[in-house]
Design a protein around this ligand. Structure first.
Ligand SMILES: [Zn+2]
Ligand SMILES: [Zn+2]
Length: 327
């Protein structure tokens, strides 16, 4: 067994950009997990907050891996082959840092406007509402994005990199860019009290983006920037008051499950009714039920653990929203 583990680690190519990128993302995961405990923006946010497993397992792992295959192997790769592009690339002779800055700024400018459009157009909002449905925002919350949103944004982000560069440079730039995206996404969503000072007028930070996730009318159309807050200041959409948002999420009842969230984006159903139906209720509480079964087996379910499990199951809508949703 030990030999097998050693062989596995020896077989990993540690200098491959994909391995380095994965290690950087994991490093960010541990770093922000710790920093959020010590320097929280909103105090009292539990580590295992509402939707933690949905975001980590479904959106961060399963969806990212599947979408990576779709975007690179089924879309960009075949397009590159069909276009018969020069093997040496069109702008591969540019210095690496120029390429990174060029792709960083152009994509960020695009995403500012697309994001702004998503907030203004009722059909595009369907591809973005899942991202806003997180009710407790931490560094993992940024991973919650509808598949169509990922498909559009990442194809537009990575196609120019793969199409304009030779293969080795394209792969290198792709992983550098993906690492920057992941770490920056963790940073702006993190529940961290970071005062950016004058840098905040150029680079986006957690407070501006925590506000963007606020379920408050004053920020429904503000703080669209991803990496450069400069766009918000230039185009008059920055909102940075000297207080904290009261609540996060969307103003209507939103499903809590990956499949239900995607179905809901094309077909509106009564979330309360569906999630409270007996069969689905069991499915929605699968993780808790397994935990309960495990704890019961060990005969050590204390009253406080049982109480917490029951509380976790109560996932009702905010009272003031329940009536609107039932209409
Ligand atoms: Zn948004
Ligand atoms: Zn966000």
């Amino acid at each position: 067994m030990f030999q097998k583990v050693t062989d596995y680690f020896n077989s990993i190519n540690w200098s491959h950009p994909a391995t380095i990128s994965l290690l950087i993302i994991l490093g960010g995961f541990f770093l922000f997990s710790i920093l959020e405990r010590f320097f929280p923006f909103k105090k009292g946010l539990p580590y295992f907050r509402k939707g933690y497993f949905l975001d980590l397992v479904w959106y961060t792992w399963i969806q990212s891996i599947l979408m990576g295959i779709v975007i690179f192997s089924l879309i960009i790769g075949p397009v590159r082959n069909a276009l018969n592009l020069p093997a040496e690339g069109i702008i591969s002779h540019w210095p690496l840092w120029t390429l990174i800055i060029f792709f960083f700024i152009t994509h960020d400018f695009y995403i500012y406007w697309f994001h702004r459009w998503q907030h203004h157009n009722k059909w595009l909002w369907r591809t973005h509402e899942a991202h806003h449905s997180v009710e407790q925002v931490d560094f993992i919350a940024g991973s919650r994005s509808h598949v169509v949103e990922i498909l559009i944004n990442q194809t537009i982000e990575f196609a120019p990199i793969i199409l304009l560069l030779d293969v080795p440079t394209g792969i290198l730039v792709k992983y550098i860019k993906a690492s920057i995206d992941a770490i920056y996404g963790q940073f702006i969503h993190s529940n961290l009290n970071v005062k950016m000072g004058w840098l905040g007028y150029i680079f986006n930070g957690p407070i501006l983006h925590q506000w963007h996730h606020g379920d408050q009318v004053e920020v429904y159309h503000a703080n669209f920037a991803t990496k450069l807050s400069l766009w918000d200041y230039l185009f008059g959409t920055a909102y940075n008051p000297d207080r904290k948002p009261d609540r996060y999420g969307v103003w209507y009842r939103f499903p809590r499950d990956w499949f239900a969230q995607h179905i809901f984006s094309v077909y509106r159903f009564n979330v309360n009714k569906v999630e409270n139906s007996s069969g689905l209720k069991w499915y929605f509480n699968l993780r808790l039920n397994f935990l309960r079964m495990f704890l019961k087996k060990r005969k050590d379910v204390s009253a406080s653990v049982e109480k917490r499990l029951n509380e976790a199951e109560i996932y009702g809508p905010k009272p003031e929203l329940a009536e609107i949703n039932d209409q």
